[in-house]
Design a protein around this ligand. Structure first.
Ligand SMILES: Cc1cc2nc3c(=O)[nH]c(=O)nc-3n(C[C@H](O)[C@H](O)[C@H](O)COP(=O)(O)OP(=O)(O)OC[C@H]3O[C@@H](n4cnc5c(N)ncnc54)[C@H](O)[C@@H]3O)c2cc1C
Length: 380
């Protein structure tokens, strides 16, 4: 890391008179910045980001505009009350509508092709449980989404997709998908247009809150003092705030080369949600498999995991696109922020510092609301 002090010119021209600094330019940081400018247009807001681009989850996710497949929600109900689980569904649904309003459907290629859950032949029991509870789920989730019947059994669609070894499909009709890159590009553009200053390549190593304001220590060696700070670093929160209950979790993702005549359309959860895949630009994006090597993947470091990568390739070639010549175009990883329950942490960390983290793998859906809540807390 380059070490240097700010020159007088740099300090006086670029880093002066900020009212609020936001650390992290993911969905949460950017939507918080936009909300602050909407609430108080004269506020001088700066976003400090360590990466050349946002470097966490927001530019590296799968772009599912989803609020919960049935097995995901049933699994959540083993750790949370049913009311709490549906409260999260409601927040995810509301967050998606807010995101669509803010970014617009067209700029982020929003499509509502539905979210499918694929059940294998070995999962008959869990499929039957979903079928038994479907009317109950539809009553509650129908009231949230305004859709008369969100969840339906869609076994007749199996032939359309050509999966091998799949026995059943449940379609969650109102779910959608976005182009993650375009969504983030638009948020960055909106923030710049609103007058938010965004600096990349600034890694904050330490935060010190005192009567004189908050001192931010950069990895380059110089410091910046601001009256108030919002920390929006999700899976990296413990590096700045060791006491906070956020566990980083790495996810491996691949994208194929374009597949001629690709039949897969929509977002899919496979094997109890351990794997997820979708179509994008005539290709398949596939990720997940963290359960195969959980301890290695509990990390905030980007990087490959060969065990998981070979399982993903195997899944792609044998189950999702059997018998087709498939080539992987690219691999990447992203870092989630998880906790004991699926609930973000939006709280006052110290007198002048608010934290908005732990998006629990749902940030496309809830990120906008979490950012806006963080902004409002900062002004309270
Ligand atoms: C592979 C993958 C697939 C996913 N798929 C979906 C999906 O389909 N649907 C869905 O709803 N959610 C999905 N998610 C989750 C979603 O992407 C996240 O919940 C969301 O992006 C989190 O946004 P954020 O702004 O809180 O964090 P991030 O996007 O991680 O942003 C935090 C930012 O803080 C910066 N930062 C960290 N530390 C510092 C520091 N010390 N100084 C300066 N900057 C710092 C990072 O570089 C980063 O840019 C997925 C996540 C991953 C990884």
């Amino acid at each position: 890391m380059l070490k240097y002090n700010l020159s007088y010119w740099e300090r006086e021209t670029f880093f002066k008179d900020f009212d609020v600094a936001i650390i992290g330019s993911g969905i949460v940081g950017l939507t918080a910045a936009l909300h602050l400018k909407r609430l108080q247009p004269r506020l001088n807001v700066v976003v400090l980001e360590r990466g050349a681009l946002p470097a966490g989850a927001s530019t590296r996710n799968a772009g599912f505009a989803c609020y919960g497949s049935m097995t995901e929600l049933l699994d959540d109900m083993t750790r949370m009350s049913e009311d709490d689980v549906f409260a999260v569904v409601e927040k995810r649904w509301r967050g998606l509508q807010r995101l669509r309003q803010l970014v617009g459907d067209e700029p982020m290629d929003f499509e509502q092709n539905g979210g499918f859950e694929v059940f294998t032949e070995e999962e008959e029991e869990v499929f039957e449980e979903c079928r038994d509870r479907m009317a109950h789920f539809n009553r509650i989730v129908g009231a949230i989404t305004g859709h008369p019947q969100p969840y339906v059994v869609a076994d007749e669609r199996l032939a359309d997709f050509g999966f091998r070894g799949a026995a059943h499909l449940i379609l969650n009709q109102p779910e959608g998908q976005v182009h993650t890159g375009k969504m983030m590009a638009r948020l960055l553009q909106l923030a710049a247009e609103a007058g938010v200053r965004i600096f990349n390549g600034i890694h904050i190593e330490q935060i010190e809150d005192s009567a004189e304001g908050v001192e931010l220590q950069t990895a380059a060696g110089w410091t910046l003092r601001v009256p108030r700070v919002l920390v929006a670093v999700n899976g990296f929160a413990r590096q700045l705030m060791p006491g906070i209950e956020v566990t980083p979790a790495r996810n491996q993702v691949l994208i194929t080369q374009p597949i001629p005549g690709l039949k897969v359309r929509g977002c899919f959860h496979y094997d109890r949600g351990y794997y997820y895949f979708r179509d994008v630009d005539g290709r398949i994006l596939l990720g997940g498999g963290r359960h195969l090597d959980n301890s290695t993947e509990t990390t905030s470091e980007f990087g490959p995991n060969e065990l998981i990568r070979s399982a993903l390739v195997q899944l792609l070639k044998t189950i999702i696109c059997p018998g087709q010549p498939i080539e992987v175009d690219a691999w990447w990883t992203g870092i989630l922020g998880l906790g004991p329950v699926k609930k973000p942490v939006v709280e006052q960390y110290s007198k002048n510092v608010v934290v908005a983290v732990r998006l629990s793998g749902m940030g496309v859906a809830i990120g906008t609301l979490v950012g806006e809540e963080g902004a409002e807390r900062l002004l309270a």
